[in-house]
Each structure stands twice: as structure tokens, then as C-alpha cells.
Design a protein around this ligand. Structure first.
Ligand SMILES: Cc1cc2nc3c(=O)[nH]c(=O)nc-3n(C[C@H](O)[C@H](O)[C@H](O)COP(=O)(O)OP(=O)(O)OC[C@H]3O[C@@H](n4cnc5c(N)ncnc54)[C@H](O)[C@@H]3O)c2cc1C
Ligand SMILES: *[C@@H]1O[C@H](CO)[C@@H](O)[C@H](O)[C@H]1NC(C)=O
Ligand SMILES: *[C@@H]1O[C@H](CO)[C@@H](O)[C@H](O)[C@H]1NC(C)=O
Ligand SMILES: *[C@@H]1O[C@H](CO)[C@@H](O)[C@H](O)[C@H]1NC(C)=O
Ligand SMILES: *[C@@H]1O[C@H](CO)[C@@H](O)[C@H](O)[C@H]1NC(C)=O
Ligand SMILES: *[C@@H]1O[C@H](CO)[C@@H](O)[C@H](O)[C@H]1NC(C)=O
Ligand SMILES: *[C@@H]1O[C@H](CO)[C@@H](O)[C@H](O)[C@H]1NC(C)=O
Ligand SMILES: *[C@@H]1O[C@H](CO)[C@@H](O)[C@H](O)[C@H]1NC(C)=O
Ligand SMILES: *[C@@H]1O[C@H](CO)[C@@H](O)[C@H](O)[C@H]1NC(C)=O
Length: 515
């Protein structure tokens, strides 16, 4: 307790500094205007007393002078770092509402943090405030009957799998072990079981949510159903989820079949044609959970010509899977590996486990597009641009990747697109360019990223460009992210006015941008 009090005394200095120097709302609609005034008579004793007695004693509060600061402010993407002044690691779910109310009373900005993989640069627009770190809230509890589980707001894939799999159950999660359920599910959530059961968010049954005003509400089909609609696709804009209730499923079998290939560039057309044959237009078979690829430099093959790597994951037997992969087996590969492995081992062989490079923090620059099918001519143009830039950017070209994500979408297509805020059920193939860059090379990387995105979109001249909210770089239009149908943004804006009139949740690809 002593420590907490000491730290909260310390935090006050920051808050006072921030509150007096922070210009927050300029020309925005009146109902999004925030009151700028911090009570003039606030004293450090008051704040110490308030926070110290308010939140549980397993909470931690600290600022930039703490030893824990460097680690605590590290994020997957350096360029998505909000400029925060303090971290509050809450010890209990009930602390979250208390912190939000406290922040409101003192005109302090706040942002929820689950696993820090949020990659959009809009997060960096936050200038001052506190991060409410949910990392201590990761409990996963299977409910009686084994049909549902309760996840705390900071739960993430590894933690969820470690609880469910030993009991013979699984859940729709993202591909990587490291990523938070919170950020991922609130944006829709794509993953290997999407073909069988729908999006991650389609399997959220209920949420406990702290609203902008600090009230805690239950959000589901029967309670605040309008908000339930919004929080499955645009959820980062509406509240802090303290608890999710999700559907769980018995595992189909003890192993998944995987098959990974690496091809040289002369096979590019053959590979993408075979992918189009297998995937059709949104027809990747439900149990072929993942068809993930990348174009990148493998220096043991060549330092000037990128290779094409692809990895498939099938929730069933090797025989069934290999029948579907026959065309790929006919394309001579330089690496060709397959096997039947447990789900945790699948994460390792597909390089999506927490120890893999994909989970490591870097200075990342990227951009993303969605497709229905691959335009093979376009993929060749992208490939050529890739090699050209590898030569032009010796400082970071070897870090760059064109990343292709194909999760079966049979399950997510079966759900009425109007029934949730996720707008892209007819986009089957997200792709993104991503690279880690040294300081000073940001502009060159951004040019390459945007050129790649433009090419993907030019390859589908009859379609509107879109971006998955969780892959957005931060420069996209709202229509690209939240859907081109005017009713979607209208509905989202009305719900913002109802549930977050001061636009407190405006840091993650905001529906109402900060001014
Ligand atoms: C390596 C990697 C792999 C990925 N793979 C996939 C994938 O397979 N499928 C997919 O769909 N996406 C995937 N993504 C994208 C991922 O969905 C987003 O990066 C997501 O925002 C990460 O969530 P987080 O909780 O880890 O990050 P955070 O940065 O902690 O959260 C992102 C934002 O979500 C909000 N938020 C987080 N938790 C809560 C909560 N409990 N309540 C309210 N708001 C909250 C906050 O606004 C926060 O700023 C991947 C990302 C990475 C980096
Ligand atoms: C919005 O801000 C005003 C002024 O600070 C405050 O009175 C009101 O309670 C806030 N509303 C919400 C929902 O936070
Ligand atoms: C922390 O709070 C719990 C009750 O929530 C109490 O049992 C415990 O003694 C407290 N620990 C300390 C160190 O104050
Ligand atoms: C920071 O993180 C590293 C790596 O996880 C760890 O070794 C180190 O002890 C941490 N430092 C502090 C002060 O927590
Ligand atoms: C969040 O808290 C966890 C421990 O609970 C810590 O490891 C991590 O560094 C913290 N991150 C942030 C951004 O506060
Ligand atoms: C739930 O799962 C546990 C662990 O596998 C099992 O022992 C129990 O019988 C299951 N209960 C039901 C109702 O299926
Ligand atoms: C790079 O290529 C070598 C074969 O030359 C292979 O063994 C290795 O797995 C490849 N690496 C990746 C990441 O694909
Ligand atoms: C494929 O992309 C090229 C440009 O990259 C474009 O001219 C062509 O129309 C596209 N084909 C289809 C079928 O969309
Ligand atoms: C908080 O906001 C919700 C949604 O607008 C509203 O129903 C509730 O009454 C508000 N609570 C308080 C205490 O103002």
C-alpha cells in the first residue's frame, strides 16, 4: 500500500502538468467537445487518497522514472506508441471503472492496453494521459457444460489455448499466440477456425464493458444490443471490455496437418494460379484453416531475388489435406515440409508462436489491402517492385515482406453481414506489406508500403479498396475501414454520440477523428 501511495503521489505531478498544458478539443461537433477545465482546487493529497483507496492493492501505478517504464511502454510497433505519462496496471476488473471515473473527474485521457500489438499509427496521436494496462487480467475459465468460457479483458491466445486444449476444447482465435483477444476480437478477428465457426467476434456472446462515463454495462443480444452490434467490428471506439464470454468447441482431433513450401520466383505464376484454384472466390474449404504466404528474401537462397513461402494448415487428416494440395505438390519447391502436429506445435511450424519473429517488437512500417482472389499479373508486378526495392534499400530490404493471409471464410460468410459492425465478410484475402526500418528510412519504407497497397488495389479495378481495422496503417479513409455503405458509418456515429459523446475512445482508428 505504501508503494502505491508513493506512486500515486508521484503520478499527480504528471497529471497536473498534463491537465494544465493539454489543449484537447478544437473544432469538432459540439457533442464531442470535452470540458477542458481541471478543478482548480485539486490537491496531491486528494489524488493520493482517491486512487490509493480506490483501486485494488495488486495494482501498479508508475511513470517514466520507474525502472519498469521502458518495458512497459514497449510495443509491437514502435511507431504506434502513444505518448503517455503513466501506466496503471490494474489488479482487478472492477478497478477499470474506477480508473476511468477518476480520469474523467480530472480531465485525464486514457487508453486500454492488452498485448500492445495495435499497429495503427493513430495510437501515436495520443499526447498525454494514462494507459490502463490489462495484462494482469488474463484468467480463462471454462463454464459448466463446456460450451462457453469467460476471458478477462487482457487474455491472449497462448493463455486461452493453455487452458482450453488440455481439456479437449478450443476457440476461434487469431493466428498468433502473442496477440491479445481484446484488440483482435473488437475489430472482428480472423483466424484458423473462422471457416468452421465464423469470426472471433462472431463467437463472443457477451461482454462486460466500462463505458466512457465509467459505468459498467453488460453488452449482448439482450442488453445494449446496439452496442453489441458496434463492438463486434468497431469495438475499440466504444469502451473497455473487462470480461468476454465466448463460445468454445471440442477439438476436432489431436492434430492438424501442415504443409510448408518455399519456391523460387520462376514458380510465382504457378503458385498463385494454384492458390486461385484452391481458394476460388471465398471457397477455401472450412477445414483448410490457413493458407498463409509471404514474399521475402531468404538469404540462404538469394540476397537479390525474393522467394515465395507458403504454409497451409488443415484441421484434419494428412490424406484429406494432401488431396486438396495436390497441385502444389507438383510445383518443384526448394523447401517442402509436412506433418501432423498438435495445435501449439502448429503455431511453431507456421512461425506464429510467441517466440517467433512475427511477435517481436520493431520499428514497423506497413500497409494493407483486401482481396477476393489473386490477380496473378499484379502479383508479378509486386514481386518485381519488391526485388527492385530490395536492391535500392540495402538497409532494410531484407526485412521486408509481402504477407498474404488466407483463412477459410465459409463460416464468416454464413453470418449476415448487417448483423455486426464488421464490414468485410466479402473480403477473403487480406494482404500486407510490412518491414522493420532503421531510424531515418521511414519515408522510403512508407513509399514502398503504399506502392504495394496501390498495386494490390489496382489489380482489382472493379472493387473498392478496403482495409481490415486491425491491419490499418492509420492513413486510410473511414469508409475503407468501417465499410463503404453509408448506413454503417451513420449508425456508428449515432452510437458514438450515445455511448461516447466526449469521444474518449479516439485513439485506435477512430470513427470520430481527434481534431
Ligand atoms: C504478429 C501479429 C499477428 C496478428 N495476427 C492476426 C490474426 O491472425 N487475426 C487478426 O484478426 N488480427 C491479427 N493481428 C492484428 C491484431 O488483431 C491487432 O494488432 C490487434 O489490435 C492487437 O490487439 P492487442 O490486444 O494485442 O493490442 P493492443 O495494442 O493492446 O490493443 C489494440 C487496441 O485495442 C483496444 N483494446 C485492447 N484490449 C481492449 C479491451 N479489453 N477493451 C477495450 N479495448 C481494448 C485498445 O484501443 C488498443 O489500443 C495480428 C497482429 C500482429 C502484430
Ligand atoms: C463529457 O464531458 C463533460 C464535461 O467534462 C462531463 O460533464 C460529462 O460527464 C462527460 N460525459 C461522458 C459520457 O464522459
Ligand atoms: C490486499 O487486499 C486484500 C483484499 O482485497 C487483502 O486481503 C490483503 O491483505 C491486502 N494486502 C495488502 C498487502 O495490503
Ligand atoms: C524488461 O524486460 C526484459 C526482457 O523481458 C527483462 O529481462 C527485464 O528484467 C525487464 N526489466 C524490468 C525492469 O522489468
Ligand atoms: C503491462 O503489464 C505487464 C505486466 O502486468 C508488463 O509486463 C507490461 O510491460 C506492461 N505494459 C504496458 C504497456 O504497460
Ligand atoms: C467438461 O470437460 C471436462 C474436461 O474435459 C470433462 O471432465 C467434463 O465431463 C465435461 N463436461 C461436460 C458437461 O461435457
Ligand atoms: C530458407 O531457405 C532454406 C533452404 O535454402 C530453408 O532451409 C529455410 O527453411 C528457409 N527459411 C525460411 C524462413 O523459409
Ligand atoms: C489485374 O491487374 C491489372 C493491373 O495490375 C489490371 O489491369 C487487370 O484489369 C486486373 N485483372 C482483373 C481480372 O481484374
Ligand atoms: C453512462 O452512459 C450510459 C450510456 O449513455 C447511460 O445509460 C448511463 O446512464 C450513464 N451513466 C451515468 C452515471 O451517467
Amino acid at each position: 500500500m505504501n508503494t502505491l501511495l508513493r506512486l500515486s503521489g508521484w503520478i499527480l505531478t504528471l497529471f497536473l502538468a498534463s491537465a494544465s498544458s493539454k489543449p484537447i478539443g478544437s473544432p469538432v461537433p459540439r457533442y464531442f467537445q470535452r470540458d477542458l477545465t481541471t478543478p482548480a482546487d485539486i490537491t496531491s493529497e486528494q489524488v493520493q487518497k482517491d486512487l490509493g483507496s480506490l483501486i485494488s492493492n495488486t495494482s501498479l501505478i508508475f511513470g517514466s522514472s520507474s525502472d519498469a517504464w521502458a518495458n512497459a511502454t514497449d510495443r509491437w510497433n514502435y511507431y504506434s506508441k502513444p505518448n503517455i505519462q503513466a501506466v496503471i496496471q490494474v489488479g482487478q476488473e472492477s478497478d477499470i471503472a474506477k480508473v476511468v471515473k477518476y480520469c474523467n473527474e480530472n480531465s485525464i485521457e486514457f487508453l486500454a492496453y492488452s498485448r500492445g500489438h495495435g499497429m495503427t499509427t493513430t495510437l501515436a496521436q495520443m499526447k498525454g494521459g494514462v494507459e490502463i494496462n490489462l495484462s494482469q487480467l488474463t484468467d480463462v475459465t471454462i463454464q459448466p457444460g463446456n460450451k462457453t468460457a469467460i476471458l478477462q479483458g487482457g487474455a491472449y491466445a497462448d493463455k486461452i489455448l493453455n487452458t482450453l486444449l488440455p481439456q479437449g476444447y478450443t476457440a476461434v482465435l487469431g493466428a498468433n499466440g502473442c496477440v491479445g483477444f481484446g484488440g483482435l476480437s473488437l475489430g472482428g478477428g480472423l483466424g484458423r477456425l473462422q471457416g468452421q465457426y465464423g469470426l472471433v467476434s462472431d463467437n463472443v456472446i457477451s461482454m462486460n464493458v466500462v463505458l466512457a462515463n465509467g459505468s459498467t454495462v453488460t453488452v449482448n443480444e439482450n442488453s445494449h444490443s446496439d452496442l453489441f452490434w458496434a463492438m463486434r467490428g468497431a469495438g475499440h471506439n466504444f469502451g473497455i471490455v473487462t470480461q468476454f464470454k465466448i463460445r468454445i468447441f471440442p477439438v476436432n482431433g489431436p492434430t492438424w496437418h501442415y504443409h510448408s513450401y518455399v519456391w523460387r520466383q520462376d514458380k510465382l505464376e504457378a503458385v498463385f494460379n494454384a492458390l486461385n484454384d484452391l481458394q476460388g472466390v471465398g471457397k477455401l474449404p472450412a477445414k483448410m484453416g490457413a493458407s498463409l504466404g509471404q514474399i521475402s528474401i531468404n538469404s540462404s537462397v538469394s540476397t537479390t531475388e525474393a522467394v515465395i513461402s507458403w504454409t497451409f494448415a488443415y484441421d484434419g487428416s494428412g490424406n484429406e489435406a494432401e488431396t486438396l494440395l495436390a497441385a502444389f505438390n507438383k510445383i518443384p519447391a526448394i523447401v517442402n515440409q509436412q506433418g501432423d502436429v498438435s495445435y501449439p506445435e502448429l503455431l511453431v511450424v507456421q512461425e506464429t508462436n510467441s517466440a517467433s519473429a512475427s511477435c517481436s517488437s520493431q520499428r514497423y512500417i506497413g500497409a494493407s489491402a483486401n482481396m477476393q482472389t489473386y490477380n496473378v499479373t499484379t502479383q508479378r508486378l509486386l514481386y518485381n517492385l519488391f526485388n527492385k526495392n530490395v536492391a535500392l534499400q540495402p538497409d532494410f530490404g531484407a526485412n521486408a515482406r509481402l504477407y498474404y493471409e488466407g483463412f477459410s471464410s465459409i463460416g464468416s460468410q454464413a453470418i449476415d453481414a448487417a448483423s455486426t459492425a464488421y464490414p468485410h465478410r466479402d473480403e477473403y484475402l487480406p494482404a500486407y506489406f510490412i518491414t522493420a526500418v532503421p531510424e531515418g528510412k521511414e519515408d522510403a519504407a512508407r513509399q514502398w508500403a503504399y506502392a504495394s497497397r496501390d498495386m494490390w488495389n489496382q489489380g482489382q479495378p472493379n472493387r473498392r479498396p478496403t482495409t481490415y481495422v486491425n491491419f490499418a496503417a492509420g492513413d486510410e479513409s473511414l469508409e475503407m475501414i468501417y465499410g463503404p455503405e453509408p448506413w454503417r458509418l451513420e449508425k456508428l456515429r449515432k452510437l458514438k454520440a450515445k455511448y461516447d459523446p466526449n469521444n474518449s475512445f479516439r485513439w485506435f482508428n477512430p470513427i470520430i477523428p481527434p481534431n
